[in-house]
Design a protein around this ligand. Sequence first.
Ligand SMILES: [Fe+2]
Length: 542
Amino acid sequence: MIILGLHKDPWHDSGAAMIREDADGIRIASLSEERANREKDSRRFPHLSLKACMDELGVSSTEEIDLVVLDYIVRPSWRDDWYRRPCETRHFLSGIDPKKIRIINHHLAHACNVFYSSGFEAAAILIVDGRGSEKETQSLFVAKEGRIEVIESTTVIGIGLLYAAVTQAIGFGLLQEGKTMGLAPYGAEVKKQIFHFPRRFSGVTTDYSSVCLEDSYEMGVRHAPIITFEDKARAAFEVQAEAEAALLHLARHAFERTSAERLCISGGVALNSVANYEVLRAGIFKDIFINPAASDTGIPLGAALYGYHAILQRPRSYDRISTYLGPSYSGERITRAIDAFRQSTFNQEASAGFSVVNHDALELAVEMLVQNKIVGCFHGRSEMGPRALGNRSILMSPLLAENKDILNRDVKHREAFRPFAPAVLEERTQEYFEIDRPSPYMLLVPPVREEKRNRIPAVTHVDGTGRLQTVARMSNPHFYSLIEKFQQKTGVPVLLNTSFNVANEPIVETPEDAIRCFLGTGIDALLIGDYLLVKETKRDPA
Ligand SMILES: [Fe+2]
C-alpha cells in the first residue's frame, strides 16, 4: 500500500510525503520542495520532492500509488485551488485516477501530522496559523480512540496574522516571524509603547481584527513609528508578549473544553518556542508536544497520515515518528560529490581547496570544535521542518561569547541579534537548563541555569534563555557521539547547533549542496559520511 501526501503549489512550503506499507511494516519519506529546488519557501508543484520520496521508498511509477491526499486553501477542487496565481497541479494529477484523490482541510492535515507524530494515545490539538482552507485562523481538535475531530474553529484574525503583520511593520519579510521572536528580548527595557493591542480572547478566538487589515499581512491602525533598533525591538517585544498571552489563553480553553491530559500544538505559531515554553510552564497539561514541521512543511506528512489512518483505517503501529525523513545518500554518492569538487575550480577566492581526511573523521571534527573551529555536519537523512537537528547542522563550541559574531559574520550573514541554539546530551539537560523533560526539536526555550550562563555564553540569549535541543543517543547516535566526545574533552555536554545554510537559502539537502556551502563560506571543516574535509586556507580573522 502506497500513500502520497502533498502540499502543492501555489502555496508556500510545498512538498511531498509518502508512506509505504509492506509485510514488515511501514516506511515514511518526506521532503519540502525548497530543499530539492533550492528556492526558499518554494511555491512550485512538488515534483522534485515527490520523486525523492518515490526513490527513497522504491516506488518506480506514480501508477503504483494507491491513494493521494492533499489539502486545499481556497477551493476543495484541486484544479481551481488558487487565488492570485494559477497552480501547476493539473498536469500531474490528471494522470491519476480521480477515485484515488482525496482533498482534506488544511488544519486537519496539521492536526494529523502533530498528533500521529506525538506518540500520545489521546490529546487536545490546537492549530494556530495564518489561514486554513476555510479561512480558519485557529482550531481546536480532540483525538481519542484513533479518531481526530474538530470541535471548534474561528475565521477571526488571530495571533498568527497579528504576528506576521508586526513582523512586516518591523521591516522583516513574510515568513520571517522567527526574527521577531529573536529580537523581542531586546525590547524588554525600552520605555516607548508602539502598539495598543485589544486583548479580546474568547473561546478559540483571539481577536485582532480591529488592528490588522483583512486579507493582508499588514497592520490596519496607526502606531508609533518604528525606525530605530530600539523601536523594532520594542515592537517585537510587544507582539511576543501578546503571542504568549494568546497561546496561554488557547491552552486553558483547550483544557476546559476537552479535559484532555495532553496537548498537541501545530501550525506556524507553534514554532514560537518561547510561547510554547510558557504553556508548558503553566502546567495546564501533563505534557505537551509540538512537531518539528509545525509550519506548512508538515502538511504533506499530515495528509499522508490522514490517508493511512483515517481513510484506510490502519491502526497505529509505531510510537513517535522520526523527524529524519529526507532521502538517504549512499557512501558512493558522497565520494562522487567530493571527487567532483576536488577536480573543480569552485570559488577559489573563498578557499584554496580542501584536504580529505578519511580515518577518525569524527574524532578530528571534535578536536577542531575544541580548537574553536566551525564544523559543518552532513549525516544521514535530513530533518523535517525549518530547524536543523544534527543531520544538516553547522556546529561550534558554545564556550566563547564571540562565536555568535564569528558565525554571523563568516557563515550565516544574518542579523547580530539572532540567537544560536544549544544541543545538550539529554541526560545532562537539567544541569544546564530549567526544564524537567526532553526538548528534542528546539521548540521550547527554557532559562539557562544562572550558574551556567557564563559557561555557554554563545548559546545563551540576551534574556538568559536557550532555544533548546536535547539529544538522546537512541534518536541520533551520530550527533550524540559528537557532543559526548566534546564533553569528554571540555567537560561541557553542549554544542552550538545552527542550520546548515546561509541567510535566505534553504538548508542544504544533498552532499553537493553541503560541499558548495562549505566552500562558499567561512566553515573550517565538513564532516560528511566517513570523511572530514578540511579547508586549506585559514579563516581570515579580520
Ligand atoms: Fe498552515
